[in-house]
Design a protein around this ligand. Structure first.
Ligand SMILES: [Zn+2]
Length: 62
């Protein structure tokens, strides 16, 4: 699995060493579950994950 997940906001990050959202460089390759957020304003999952930017997120990051 090439993508890594940000330990802070769970955003999936490809070909980068830091999260584009919060500039966190603690990216984990051990994650599971995938949530695709299209409209963070109107998404229960986005609300649960605390996501405010559309994109792909891991449900669980270890
Ligand atoms: Zn992040």
């Amino acid at each position: 699995m090439a993508e890594k997940a940000c330990s802070e906001c769970h955003r999936l990050v490809e070909e980068s060493t830091e999260c584009p959202i919060d500039k966190n460089n603690d990216l984990r390759s051990n994650w599971s579950g995938l949530a695709v957020i299209y409209d963070p304003e109107d998404s229960e999952i986005a609300d649960k994950l605390g996501v405010s930017v559309a994109g792909r997120y891991a449900i669980s990051v270890r």
